[in-house]
Ligand binder design. Structure first.
Ligand code: ADP
Length: 641
């Protein structure tokens, strides 16, 4: 820590975010309070969690609360908590930056958005959080002291691109944030007014589980004995006096303990926002009290939009664990499998040991039971969603949900029912495996799929020509995780899933006479291309194109290889099979040259061209594009002449 005051610039992305928040949330000013209260409540949660391993950390300051202090004359608003506080480093790290993992995604999203119509959705994805205070404040001061530290930190900013930070003094643990409010227009709410504040707290933060308190001025009757009386004993002057009283503004009711029908949609929305820090309302929720051997209550929400860090394995999980309404921990990963990590909510398990640690939790039978039950209930919830709603959900979270097929053996079949695919016949719409099977051709035995990263290239892949000619539908699998799905999901409804890219499709008998005719040429091409391919075969896939690349049954698919290489893994190059279409007129011509003079140097050129054509047709990169275009140019000149 440096004792001097230092000035720092906000990271570029934070400046952008600030501008965005202030511009687009102007009509929603009051949300700043919800966000600051949420942060304060989280800070207390985190401190509470820490007391399990460091019981002395609280000292005498054991009554958790969040205090609001408005000042109508100075036009300031202060919010104080006795939570975990922040060290100098934490302030530097947390305030003035966007979480590391989100920065790149944020900048990218920003680039793709028209800055005049910045949708609240975008902000929602990244969370407005602390910065929303700049909607209402010209200047913000944070004074914070981390639990266990002697020194405090003061952070100040006018939201103009820079902030200052310095060492400071503060008596108590926790964070005090002071807003110097902007001058407001007549039709804007006064955030120093008691009733304005009460309303906001009631509406957005009623269920926060710590008291949100405020000093309020009240008229109190002056007791008889203390009243001023004249000589006749008649009361003179005031009969009431002003007193300042601290009042708690929120009911702290744990909404999950109420009956399913007793919680309104609005309340769900607010509670969801509080625990998820998501700006968008949830898609739907699961609210249930489980009775029997394992008793617990769950209130789980399915977000309507995927967060930017959906695929970041370090992203926080969404389950908060409570025991008899007492907070135990957030980010409770043991209650939800990895592939449902986007689910947010609360689980309250009365039989749980209050001093449970993350390590013990992993082994806990009770926790395992709850998890198994919740997964089951969530599957039911997904299954019962209306088609349109389910597809909306699947667009956002399907790519994560599918991971379960690979990782959760027990639920593989149920998850297979939940997957949706785009296909060669679905015209961009989602198809379930059940629908696929219903639409199979009478002579079709297997379920066909193809993997790759480009939907358009997949749809037009020459590997599918024969399948299309037979009117067989093919699943187009373009999520990276689909490679793992394909490995694990080998069967559905008694039918094998077969890669259109690998092995012999065995759709039609190969014409043996033709095969013999081309045998010599194919062998020669194989020798010419030895470095690049492992075999040359008469194609069982092509009808129109002349060449394509396929794999053998147990080869790694081309897409898998690409994914592994992109993630930096050492992967040997898998040589592929060059399939040639014996019915294509070009092959007949090349064979003519070969039969005339097997040593004709032009054969080498043509072999290279066939390989390049096969590569291009699947969206691959050819090794020597200059050479390729020269050859094609020469061929065109010949053909046109
Ligand atoms: P979010 O809350 O969505 O993570 P914010 O921008 O609101 O984003 O806050 C950034 C971080 O700053 C928080 O994650 C937390 O670590 C820290 N922080 C904010 N407010 C407080 C507070 N009152 N006490 C302690 N830490 C806080």
């Amino acid at each position: 820590m440096t004792p001097q005051k230092e000035t720092h610039a906000f990271k570029t992305e934070v400046q952008q975010l600030l501008k965005l928040i202030v511009n687009s949330l102007y009509s929603n000013q009051e949300i700043f309070l919800r966000e600051l209260i949420s942060n304060a409540s989280d800070a207390i949660d985190r401190l509470k969690f820490k007391t399990q391993t460091e019981p002395d950390i609280l000292g005498d300051d054991t009554d958790f609360r969040i205090k609001l202090t408005p000042d109508g004359i100075k036009q300031t608003f202060e919010i104080e908590d006795n939570g975990i506080g922040m060290t100098y480093e934490e302030v530097m790290e947390n305030i003035g930056t966007i979480a590391q993992s989100g920065t790149a995604a944020f900048m990218e999203a920003l680039e793709n958005t028209n800055s005049d119509t910045l949708a609240p959705e975008l902000i929602g994805q990244f969370g407005v959080g602390f910065y929303s205070a700049f909607i209402v404040a010209d200047k913000i001061t944070i004074l914070t002291k981390a639990a266990g530290d002697d020194k405090a930190v003061r952070w100040e900013s006018f939201g103009d691109g820079t902030y200052t930070i310095e060492e400071a003094d503060k008596e108590t643990r926790g964070t005090t944030i002071t807003l110097e409010l902007k001058k407001r227009a007549d039709d804007e709410p006064d955030f120093t007014d008691e009733w304005v504040i009460r309303n906001i707290v009631k509406q957005h933060s009623d269920f926060v589980s710590y008291p949100i308190v405020m000093d309020v001025e009240r008229d109190e009757p002056i007791p008889e004995g203390e009243q001023l009386k004249d000589k006749d004993g008649k009361t003179v002057g005031e009969t009431t006096r002003k007193v300042i009283k601290e009042e708690t503004l929120n009911s702290m009711k744990a909404i999950w303990t109420r009956g399913q029908d007793e919680v309104s949609e609005k309340e769900h929305e607010e509670f969801y926002r509080h625990i998820s820090h998501d700006w968008n309302p949830p898609l739907t929720q699961l609210h249930k009290k489980f009775e029997g051997t394992t008793e617990y209550t769950a209130l789980l929400y399915i977000p309507s939009k995927a967060p930017f860090d959906l695929f970041n394995p370090e992203a926080k999980h969404g389950i908060h664990l409570y025991c008899k309404r007492v907070f135990i921990m957030d980010d409770c990963e043991d209650l939800m499998p990895e592939y449902l990590r986007f689910v947010k909510g609360v689980v309250d398990a009365p039989d749980l040991n209050l001093n449970v640690s993350r390590e013990i939790l992993q082994q806990d039978r009770l926790v395992k039971n709850i998890r198994r039950n919740l997964v089951k209930k969530l599957f039911e919830l997904f299954k019962n969603l209306e088609k349109e709603e389910y597809e909306k959900f699947y667009e956002e979270f399907g790519a994560v949900l599918k991971i379960g097929i690979h990782t959760d053996f027990e639920n593989k079949d149920k998850l297979a029912e939940l997957t949706r695919f785009k296909t060669t016949k679905s015209d961009g719409k989602w198809v379930s495996l059940k629908e696929y099977v219903e639409n199979m051709q009478p002579d079709q035995k297997d379920i066909y799929f193809i993997t790759g990263d480009n939907m358009a290239a997949l749809l037009n892949s020459p590997l599918l020509e024969q399948l299309k000619a037979k009117d067989y539908e093919v699943l187009l699998m373009s999520d990276p995780v689909d490679e793992w799905v394909a490995q694990s999901l080998t069967e559905y409804d008694g039918k094998s899933l077969k890669s259109a890219e690998k092995g012999d499709l065995g759709l039609d008998e190969v014409d043996e006479g033709k095969k013999d005719k081309y045998d010599g040429l194919f062998k020669q091409i194989r020798v010419i291309l030895e470095e690049k391919i492992k075999e040359v075969k008469p194609s069982t896939r092509l009808t129109d194109s002349v060449a394509c690349l396929s794999g053998e049954d147990h080869d790694m698919s081309a897409y898998m290889e690409k994914i592994l290489k992109a993630s930096g893994q050492q992967t040997p190059d898998t040589k592929r099979v060059l399939e040639l279409n014996m019915d294509h007129p070009v092959m007949d011509k090349i064979n003519g040259i070969f039969e005339k003079d097997a040593a004709d140097p032009v054969l080498k050129d043509y072999a290279g061209l066939l390989f390049d054509l096969a590569t291009i047709s699947e969206g691959g990169k050819i090794e020597d594009p200059g050479n390729f275009t020269k050859r094609v140019g020469a061929l065109m000149a010949d053909a046109i002449a």
